[in-house]
Write a protein that binds this ligand. Structure first.
Ligand SMILES: NC(=O)c1ccc[n+]([C@@H]2O[C@H](COP(=O)([O-])OP(=O)(O)OC[C@H]3O[C@@H](n4cnc5c(N)ncnc54)[C@H](O)[C@@H]3O)[C@@H](O)[C@H]2O)c1
Length: 436
């Protein structure tokens, strides 16, 4: 394919050299004369293992050249990949000046070009950038409509410097956020030689995925460091601890616990997070990440309550009160906290939970609920339909089987606040997921 790559930095130079190696016709574009000259001399503008060899081979084969002239690059290509920088401003906001400028330049250059041109955003840009900035800039400067005169794809880059060429050929995944199928097909075919999972989705999801990835990577590093710092102070080898931690691919390094939803709870997580952060304080170790977990969890309870308040209704059906389905353990259930908040504000609540019968609760579990909601027996009702019919707002708190098909029982005009994502309800007019 004929491809122009805008920005000959770490991402652009590596992509250009690798695509050229794969047999594509690449024109690199950069306003910096020195980078353009280096590439045309077969040299690398950055230090990256193996890159100079690839650039040199690309230039010798005639598959790779660099220019400063945007019109020349657009005329000689059918796809433009944007790899310009998106640095931080002093206040932490993302500087999209280079993105705006490059979109305006590409737009102006495709104005008089015949045929379809596909523009690919490889730079890391915040969700909403395509809709709010890149596509409007392209449309305005080209005088063409997206989907007619040009296609737009978000295709975030996952390579790491120092292993960039290996990463290009072995990415963890290829994500294509497309505005139309044809553009998605064209860009998907570019990566057909890679073994990585290819995910086609919409543009905003692709933009957001990159931030979820990088935020997660940062969480992992800081988490490992905080555990290591506590361990060292206790004369324990933190590396050995994390080696064992990483062997658990069921709960630790897995998709488990990673779906957006309601707060954590139960008899272990809150207690143990409190204990380890207290211990860290005792050892004079700062653990800002671990210490943020309980406040972050409380935010999620507040978030559910705020959705409830926005309905301006007072009659509530709480479906589920134990912290997950198929248990009667109420200790530190965030749903109990949510109910307490509602009681405090005078809500009229009925609760259904198949597993919870106060008569059968014993020990610490009974003590906990009696301390928090002493009149809980008055709120519990064993008849799911009664509870649903009582309500103007249904809050679905856990994933119990009997909640999966309640759609037909819910009367029109009832709000649904789903904390767990029950299928079959999302089409209801007054449905809201807590974070979807
Ligand atoms: N570096 C990485 O490891 C990495 C990995 C994944 C994603 N990213 C993202 O990729 C993007 C590029 O990162 P980078 O590290 O390659 O940046 P970089 O600063 O190394 O390179 C950016 C290049 O863009 C050029 N440029 C600026 N305006 C231009 C224009 N109008 N036309 C053509 N070229 C222009 C600059 O001269 C520079 O050479 C960023 O959004 C970054 O967050 C970087």
């Amino acid at each position: 394919m004929r491809i122009s790559v805008f920005g000959m930095g770490y991402v652009g130079a590596v992509c250009s050299a690798c695509f050229a190696k794969d047999g594509h016709q690449i024109i690199g574009v950069d306003p910096q004369q020195v980078k353009v000259d280096l590439i045309n001399q077969g040299k690398s503008p950055i230090i990256e293992e193996g890159l100079e060899e690839l650039i040199s081979a690309g230039v010798s084969s005639g598959n790779l050249k660099a220019v400063q002239n945007v019109d020349e690059a657009i005329e000689g290509s059918d796809i433009s990949i944007i790899c310009v920088g998106t640095p931080s401003r002093i206040n932490g906001s993302l500087n999209l000046d280079y993105i705006k400028l490059v979109c305006e330049e590409i737009g102006a250059a495709i104005k008089n070009k015949q045929g379809r041109h596909t523009i690919v955003m490889r730079s890391t840009v915040l969700p909403g950038t395509a809709q709010e900035l890149a596509i409007p800039a392209l449309e305005q400067s080209s005088g063409k409509k997206m989907g007619e005169g040009f296609g737009y794809v978000s295709n975030p880059e996952f390579l790491r410097e120092s292993t960039a060429i290996f990463d290009f050929y072995h990415p963890p995944k290829t994500v294509i956020g497309e505005t139309d199928t044809e553009s998605g097909e064209i860009i998907a075919s570019l990566y057909s030689n890679l073994e990585a999972p290819l995910i086609r989705t919409d543009v905003a999801i692709a933009e957001m995925v990159k931030y979820a990835d990088n935020a997660w990577h940062a969480v992992k590093v800081s988490f490992g460091n905080e555990i290591g710092n506590i361990a060292k102070k206790l004369d324990i080898d933190g590396q050995k601890v994390m080696d064992i931690f990483c062997k658990d691919q069921k709960l630790n390094l897995s998709a488990y616990y990673l779906r957006p939803g309601f707060a954590f709870g139960g008899s272990c997580l809150p207690k143990d997070v409190r204990a380890i952060t207290y211990k860290a304080r005792d050892l004079d170790i700062h653990t800002p990440l671990l210490s943020s977990l309980i406040p972050s969890n409380n935010e999620q309870i507040d978030q559910a309550f705020s959705l409830l308040k926005q309905t301006q209704k007072k009659k509530i059906a709480m479906l589920g009160i134990s912290f997950k389905a198929n248990t009667d353990d109420l200790r530190e259930s965030p749903l109990v906290e949510l109910v307490e908040k509602m009681i405090g504000k005078g809500y009229d609540i009925k609760i259904y939970d198949k597993c919870v019968s106060i008569a059968k609760l014993v020990g610490a579990n009974k003590e906990y609920i009696m301390q928090h909601i002493p009149h809980v027996s008055d709120l519990l009702d064993e008849n799911l339909e009664h509870v649903i019919n009582h309500a103007d707002v249904i809050v679905i708190g856990n994933n119990a089987e009997e909640f999966q098909n309640i759609g037909s029982v819910i009367k029109d005009g009832t709000h649904i606040i789903d904390l767990v994502r029950i299928k079959n309800l999302e089409d209801k007019p007054l449905y809201q997921g807590i974070c979807w």
